[in-house]
Each structure stands twice: as C-alpha cells, then as structure tokens.
Design a protein around this ligand. Structure first.
Ligand code: OGA
Ligand code: MN
Length: 284
C-alpha cells in the first residue's frame, strides 16, 4: 500500500491519503502512519467507512484502549463497545443526550490530563456533522515550547501544575465532583509543565487545561499571572490548525504534544462522533 502524507498546515497535522482503514492496513504501511503521526502530532484520514468494530480494531494498533472516561452523561455509551465514547449534542428518544460536550465551545485542552496516567492519544470519527461550526483546532506544543520567551522558559523550569479533574472541556461538572473554590486545592494529577515525549524524545509544553489550574509552590496570584502568560502564548494562531469536518473523517491526535479545542455550533444541527482513547504512560 502506498500512502501519501500531506501537511494540513505549517504548524501541525497531516492528511494521510490512499488508506482504506476498514479494508485493513498492513504492517509496513502502519509503520509509515506511526512515523507520520510522530512527525505531525495529528493525522487526518478522510472518506473512511468505519463501524465501531473497525474503529476499535484500528485504534488498538496504537496501544491498549481506555474504557470510557468519566463524563457528564453516562458510564458507558454503546453497550457492546465500552471503549467507545460518543461525542454529540443529539438527544435520544428518552430526551437525554446520547453523548458528551453538547454543542458548546470546548476550550484548549489535552485529554484527561487530570489522571496520573493520561491517555497518549484520542481518535475521533465523524458520523454526522453540522453544516457549519464545530471545527476542531489543534495546537503544536513542541513549537509553543520552542518559541517560548526566555523569561517564561526560566519561570517554568522544574515546575509542576495541578490538572483539574472536576470540569469537562466545555466547563460542565463531571459526575461525583464539587465545584472548585480554591485552586490550591483543585483535585487532579500533578504533571511537569515541560514534558518529554517518550517516543520522539522531544520536549513539549504541557498545560492540560486552564480552568482551576495551579502552579504548585506559587501564590495564587503568581500562579494565575504565569498561567495567563503561558496560555496567551500557547494559543497564538501560528501554532495551530483548525479542522473542518466531513462525514467519514478520522482524526487521531497525540495528547503529549498537541492541545485541541472545538468551536460551538448550532444546537439545532446534529453532530455525532465516535471516539476512542489510547492508554499512555506517566508524564515526565
Ligand atoms: C474530545 C474533544 C472535540 C470535538 O473528544 O476529546 O475534545 O471536536 N472533542 O468534538
Ligand atoms: Mn478533548
């Protein structure tokens, strides 16, 4: 199988062409896909026809899958596929959402960094997309670190932050959590602000998410000022690419080197995505 790898932007991402994932991907081709993923952090495969079994099968080649993570909607979304999350604003016949995140804007984040062992990757496959809105942005955190002003780089040396476990990326409270009133007591894992990618060996800025974040050892005012400066830098447009979805797109991102976000969309439109998450290792 001969694949083509075409960058989607100067900053991050590549489209992988001439792959029919459902038909099966041989080992040499898969090796080239992994190499492209390490180079570009985010891969886009268009025009796929994946049922849940095929999505799980392909995702598993990147590593062991997580069960559905804690969310605001359900413990398990699809009976026979406990590894698949549904990301959707659509409501079922019972009037309850069939998936997470609604039609809201989701702020820049990396997935599940509130866990001690956060997932290395997430894959999102589109079944229904709205006519406009709901684009997903990706930002290159290798590049953000490389371009970080020297004074900020010095300030984050050896620093660790708390990654909030209480809120989803659209700001809704996860089941079983209380709202945070003092960020020094935010529940969630602690990870280094600069992390080393275990496979590429490159260093990346590791911010997780902004809400309820806290730089351990600083006063709240110092921590807020440092985080504001880091976030203003990391969210500069030249580090990112924004994907406009079509039905049949599979996007796989690396949570160790990329952040992502999603634009809001018309709640009356339908957006349905199936998602898997691949287990990672302890950030260092
Ligand atoms: C996710 C996520 C973005 C989107 O699934 O982790 O952030 O475009 N989704 O729905
Ligand atoms: Mn996410």
């Amino acid at each position: 199988m001969t694949i083509e790898v075409v960058p989607t932007s100067p900053a991050i991402g590549a489209e992988v062409r001439s792959v029919d994932i459902a038909a099966g991907v041989d080992e040499p081709t898969f090796g080239r896909i992994i190499a492209a993923w390490h180079q570009y952090s985010v891969l886009l495969f268009r025009g796929q026809r994946l049922d849940d079994a095929a999505l799980v099968r392909f995702s598993r080649r990147f590593g062991e899958l997580d069960a559905v993570p804690p969310n605001e909607v359900a413990k398990i979304f699809i009976k026979d596929y406990p590894e698949i999350s549904v990301i959707s604003n659509v409501k079922g016949t019972d009037g309850k959402p069939i998936g997470s995140l609604g039609a809201y804007e989701s702020e820049w984040h990396t997935d599940m960094s509130f866990m001690d062992v956060p997932p290395k990757a997430s894959a999102l496959y589109s079944l229904e997309v709205p006519p406009s809105g709901g684009n997903t942005g990706f930002a290159n955190m290798y590049l953000a670190l490389e371009r970080l002003p020297a004074d900020l780089r010095r300030q984050i040396e050896g620093k660790v932050t708390v990654h909030d476990a209480t809120l989803t990326s659209v700001g809704s409270l996860r089941m079983g959590f209380q709202p945070v009133t003092d960020v020094t007591r935010t529940p969630g894992a602690r990870h280094p602000l600069v992390r080393t990618h275990p496979e590429t060996g490159r260093q990346a800025l590791y911010l997780g998410r902004r809400r309820n974040s806290y730089v351990v050892g600083l006063t709240v005012a110092e921590s807020e000022a440092l985080l504001n400066a880091l976030w203003a830098h990391a969210s500069r447009p030249e580090f990112s690419w924004h994907h406009q979805w079509r039905v049949g797109d599979l996007v796989l991102w690396d949570n160790r080197s990329a952040m992502h976000r999603r634009d809001a969309f018309d709640p009356a439109a339908r957006r349905v995505m199936h998602r898997t998450q691949i287990k990672g290792t302890v950030p260092f």
